[in-house]
Design a protein around this ligand. Structure first.
Ligand code: F6R
Length: 607
């Protein structure tokens, strides 16, 4: 949600900023801008629209000369996407330029005060108050001014700050919004995400809330709010640069779909040793697990859908009650959660505001927090008692695929781990579970080989106005994800229904030609779902049936997708693959901007 990048060094800043922003564009893409320190002072260029519009406007950055600058790509919160509301924002005299990711909750109060002091505002953003406040508090020392403003700002922020009086340094600070510092040779960087600077350095500093950074080309100093220098440890990024590139694919989404076998292997293999699941990063003892009263899973969007699968899997394998809740609901529902409960927070980015807030709410009630996160050092990881990382690598496409799949894998690892500790599985059952878990990446690769079938189906149905996904239990959980994947990138209305629930109202929407995608992979419920398929077909629906080789839907559905067999609880990992592909190919047939769907952005750092 908004991308920030900053550079100081021996090279021209503007082209660097544009390149970095291109790698952050998934965070927001309604406008973009840069501010560069030039011989004539701070020069700002910004424009509504995709980054390419800005790049064309300043000829790839060649129009602006200077060796230090900050850049921003926006997902609008306060004020519509426009040239004026685009960042950077300048203070009245132009002494300060600021880029911001986050939300200043008390900006109206601050704005009113500044207006009383004669400051005028040109944009509708909350960010503009920061630029004016810096000018208001500046008495010759930028650090002092930053400390003054962060004592007054409420909300979340990652800020990059240029001051016209400082030709050889720029500043940054963060609170509850991601920002990292990259350390180069003769050049240094800030960025919302490592993807922006990975080509230039792998050495980074993670910043704590309200740590203030002063960057020159030769060094980086980090201060706390008392202006004391804080010693920092360098972290090494191990992600492969290719992971953040398209590598010949038309879209990141397809690249990431294809990367799923590898991502699954990276997530599963290191955690299975000598036929046992070993979760080094989890400090839950056998007694802790035995004493869990209830598990809550909190997450948003697709990560929530993983939680729905998690509920079925953990309850089935561990017989511990699991409640799964959308994080934005959990945080405000006065949850009955306490020290006997385990809360599992699931998040790819590790920075989703609602999930972080839900986690904090649970923590305040004394619950133990375990998070499943993809981004190392992220806010959710830091706020948890235990973290299990999904080694999916950087996920750039807004619609998640490989993060979802690796989150599922961690759910299986956890369920297997806990059920072994609880003595719920015989040694034979445990061995079979581990064997199937280790086989999962290959099975996903096998399903991916059949993508032409899905591509063909997508070419038949991309003109539909409404598509229903139905399934029971685990299939229902996957139906939720299939439906979201389709609607978010193809803009086709879609709903997911528990197959037996459709007849309680929604079936009235089924008419001649309505497409229903019926998931019937679970062997125990196959016949039940087939009855529901018959109900919708009797009302004119066209059905794509998704099931396994043991129970093919030939002769039952109009079109079929057949998956290989595996342990029931792991079938969601296979079922989701054709649904991801279906969403992708439908969107592709419709000519949609697949990696950057309208109104969306990755990493939702606002409520
Ligand atoms: C959908 C999608 C979103 C995210 C949700 C949570 O394709 O990607 O629904 O799953 O915004 O994001 P994270 O996992 O970063 O907390």
């Amino acid at each position: 949600m908004c991308g920030i990048v900053g550079y100081i060094g021996e090279n021209q800043a503007a082209p660097f900023l544009l390149e970095g922003l291109a790698r952050l564009e998934y965070r927001g893409y309604d406008s973009a801008g840069v501010a560069v320190y030039t011989d004539d002072g701070i020069e700002i260029a910004k424009s509504k629209g995709r980054l390419q519009v800005l790049s064309d406007q300043i000829h790839g950055g060649n129009d602006i000369n200077g060796f230090m600058g900050i850049g921003h790509t926006r997902w609008a919160t306060h004020g519509e996407p426009s040239d004026i509301n685009a960042h950077p924002h300048a203070s009245v005299s132009g002494k300060f330029a600021v880029v911001h990711n986050g939300i200043i909750e008390n900006y109206i109060e601050l704005k009113t005060k500044l207006e009383k002091h004669g400051y005028t505002f040109t944009s509708d953003t909350d960010t503009e108050v920061i630029a004016h406040m810096l000018e208001y508090y500046y008495k010759g020392d930028v650090l002092d001014a930053i400390i003054r403003i962060i004592n007054r700002l409420e909300g979340s922020y990652a800020l990059g700050i240029l001051c016209a009086d400082c030709p050889d340094r720029f500043f940054a600070v963060r609170k509850s919004s991601p920002l990292i510092v990259g350390l180069g040779r003769g050049e240094n960087f800030i960025a919302s995400d490592v993807a922006a600077i990975l080509k230039h350095t792998r050495d980074i500093y993670y910043l704590e809330d309200n740590e203030i950074v002063e960057l020159t080309s030769d060094g980086v100093k980090v201060y706390n709010k008392d202006k004391e220098e804080v010693p920092k440890e360098i972290s090494k990024i191990t992600w492969d640069i290719d992971a953040a590139e398209k590598g010949g694919y038309e879209h990141f989404m397809m690249k990431e779909i294809e990367e799923q076998p590898t991502a699954l292997r990276n997530t599963i293999s290191p955690r299975i040793k000598d036929g046992r699941i070993i979760l080094d990063s989890v400090s839950l003892t056998k007694d802790d697990i035995k004493n869990i009263r209830k598990i809550y899973i909190v997450a948003c969007g697709s990560a929530y859908h993983v939680g729905v699968v998690g509920k079925y899997v953990i309850e089935r394998m561990c017989r511990i009650p699991v409640e799964v809740q959308v994080a934005s609901e959990f945080r405000y529902c006065d949850p009955i959660v306490g020290s006997k409960d385990l809360v599992i927070a699931i998040s790819q980015s590790g920075e989703t505001a609602d999930t972080l807030a839900a986690l904090k709410e649970a923590k305040d009630h004394g619950a133990r927090i375990l998070s499943i996160v993809n981004v190392e050092g992220s806010a959710i990881a830091k706020a948890s008692d235990d973290v299990i990382y999904t080694w999916a690598g950087p996920e750039i496409a807004v619609a998640t695929t490989k993060a979802y799949s690796t989150q599922l894998a961690v759910i299986y690892l956890m369920a297997g781990y806990m059920s072994e500790k609880l003595g719920m599985l015989t040694s034979g059952e445990y061995k079979r579970f581990i064997d199937d878990l280790e086989r999962l990446p290959d099975l996903v690769a096998e399903v991916l080989k059949n993508k032409e079938n899905v591509q063909h189906l997508a070419s038949m149905f991309y003109n539909c106005h409404s598509i229903f996904f139905i399934g029971r239990n685990l299939d229902y959980a996957v139906a939720l994800e299939g439906s979201l994947k389709l609607k978010e990138i193809s803009y086709i209305h879609s709903e997911a229904y528990a197959a037996g629930e459709l007849k309680h109202g929604t079936i009235s929407l089924i008419e001649d030609g309505t497409l229903v995608i019926a998931l019937a992979t679970g062997s125990g419920l196959f016949d039940k779902t087939v009855s529901n398929v018959k109900e919708v077909k009797a009302r004119g629906a066209v059905v794509i049936g998704v099931s396994t080789t043991e129970n093919p839907m030939t002769g039952i559905a109009d079109h079929t997708i057949t998956l290989p067999e595996t342990t029931d609880v792991m079938l969601p990992s296979l079922t989701v693959i054709p649904l991801q592909l279906f969403g992708y190919y439908v969107a592709s047939n419709k000519g949609c901007d697949i990696d950057k769907p309208k109104n969306l952005a990755k990493s939702v750092t606002v409520e």
